[in-house]
Design a protein around this ligand. Structure first.
Ligand code: NAD
Length: 472
């Protein structure tokens, strides 16, 4: 159980699975098997402080499903980390990977610390020690379990993790693939940092492109002109806001843990982010209105509400007060199962976390493939493609007597960079998954996109078990 309000993320995820199973013809014992977390590793380790005192820290790594290996999922640093939360997040990873067709089982890790209370040197020692605990128990490795960044961690921690792993496994040629979300210099991939936010943007863009769905909400199609409120201006929230704004949406509210900002005329996401970094919050920002109790912003009028902080934010307590037409779950588990029932009755379209924030794991998958193949995407074919297209353009010019402009030539014959290919793969994954989920929703005549997503995920996971002959 989670420590806050007796809320259990893991129980909520299981309830979503049960709801989906009602629309399927699966053996109930198979559904039970799928729901369980396969391995749970909880451990304690010491941190020696500068003044010679010691502190004992609590760490976790949970592997939810071994139906595909390696398992995959981020590492969270937060004072709210607990076993139930890590189990719930690990389970979500299983269903997310199955839904977007990425061949991993789900996992998640965490350390119960407030990272803002530690200096960089302490964070490095904590991360390296956490990694060596995982190595000891074989809870990390390119073929076993591949972590990534999550709330409170970034490419910096991933660099420490890969360096520690390599030190313990000097003869492993695939060692770089033990973790994703690494800096580019440590064999990361171009585009991983912004991948989750970009995926959230693509998912919202696809959702608002379906005319019959927008008609039901009383909205026009397209991103342009839509009003947006974001909770959490961290990695995912910032990039989501940036891409939405670039596509013409108006970000009118941003909530952070220490206060929010509201401006009907629109908030420039990059400017406020720079202000937040410098001033550790929005207080004193020259434009808009500072909102002391930022949680209130969740209930303000807007077209799209983007919770991008933590789970358990829209609950039975505030769901009735939500005025947004679309809730875009950038965070994991922001809407409880109880709240979802209320919101569906209010005709709110919820874009579920298991789909919407899958951009992170998708690009992580590309990074892992790059690490295993030890070559960056596009390296071999870029020049070959350029030459081939230049020759083609020349022959068209010679045949027609017309000539292409330099811009046209460049656009057609430039050859794909690693970043171009990553974005193309991300786009393909997000677009395909959205429409298959939405079609499933319509086929089953259900309101909830989440239930449709879980049905698709369960169908794929069940096949893995049935093809092994474990279940009928
Ligand atoms: P982050 O640490 O970069 O950002 C989180 C932000 O939320 C921070 O700015 C923090 O101050 C803010 N915040 C914390 N409590 C808040 C509150 N009560 N109200 C408003 N703001 C609050 O983390 P992130 O990587 O952006 O992750 C955010 C969410 O997205 C998490 O649920 C995470 O599991 C999910 N997610 C992240 C990734 C990824 O690639 N980073 C991938 C998939 C899902």
């Amino acid at each position: 159980m989670s420590t806050h309000d007796n809320y259990s993320l893991f129980d909520d995820v299981c309830k979503f699975v049960d709801e989906a199973a009602k629309h399927m013809d699966l053996d109930p014992s198979l559904v039970e098997q799928i729901k369980f977390c396969n391995s749970i590793y909880k451990f304690y380790f010491p941190l020696k402080n500068g003044d010679g005192t010691y502190e004992t820290l609590e760490g976790y790594r949970v592997q939810h499903s071994h139906h595909k290996l390696p398992v995959k999922g981020g590492i969270r640093y937060s004072s709210l980390v607990n076993e139930d939360e890590v189990k719930g997040l690990a389970a979500l990873m299983t269903y997310k990977c199955a839904l977007v067709n990425i061949p991993y089982g789900g996992a998640k890790g965490g350390i119960k610390i407030d990272p803002t209370k530690y200096n960089v040197d302490q964070l490095e020692r904590i991360t390296r020690r956490y990694t060596s605990e995982l190595i000891k128990k074989k809870f990390i490795g390119p073929a076993l379990d591949v972590p990534a960044p999550d709330y409170g961690t970034s490419s910096r921690e991933m660099a420490w993790i890969v360096d520690t792993y390599e030190a313990f496994n000097p003869d492993s040629i695939n060692a770089k693939g033990c973790v994703t979300g690494k800096p580019l210099s440590q064999h990361g991939i171009d585009g991983r940092t912004e991948a989750t936010g970009m995926g959230v943007f693509i998912g919202i863009r696809e959702a608002v492109s379906v005319k019959e769905d927008m008609d039901e909400l009383g909205l026009t199609t397209g991103i342009s002109g839509k009003s947006v409120i974001i909770q959490g201006l961290g990695n995912v929230g910032f990039h989501t806001g940036k891409y939405l704004q670039e596509a013409g949406a108006k970000v009118i509210g941003i909530a952070e843990w220490n206060g929010g900002i509201y401006d009907e005329d629109g908030i420039d996401v990059e400017t406020i982010k720079a202000y937040q970094i410098k001033n550790k919050g929005f207080k004193g920002y020259s434009k808009g209105k500072f909102i002391e109790n930022a949680g209130d912003l969740l209930t303000y009028q807007c077209d799209i509400l983007v919770p991008a902080a933590l789970e358990n934010q829209i609950t039975g307590q505030n769901a009735e007060m939500i005025k947004a037409k679309i809730i875009a779950e950038a965070a994991n588990g922001p809407v409880t199962q109880e709240a979802e029932q209320i919101l569906l009755k209010k005709n709110v379209l919820i874009l579920p976390d298991m789909y919407l924030n899958a951009g992170g794991v998708t690009v992580s998958y590309f990074e892992w493939l790059k690490n295993l193949s030890r070559v960056s995407f596009g390296k071999l074919e870029k020049r070959y493609d350029m030459k081939k297209y230049e020759t083609l353009l020349e022959s068209i010019e010679n045949t027609t007597g017309d000539s292409f402009s330099d811009d046209q030539k460049h656009a057609i014959a430039k050859g794909a960079s690693e970043r171009d290919l990553v974005i193309s793969g991300l786009e393909e994954t997000m677009v395909t998954a959205y429409h298959s989920m939405n079609e499933k929703r319509k086929e089953k005549k259900i309101k909830s996109l989440r239930t449709a997503g879980f049905i698709l995920a369960l169908e794929r996971i069940a096949v893995s078990y049935m093809d092994l002959g474990i279940f009928p």
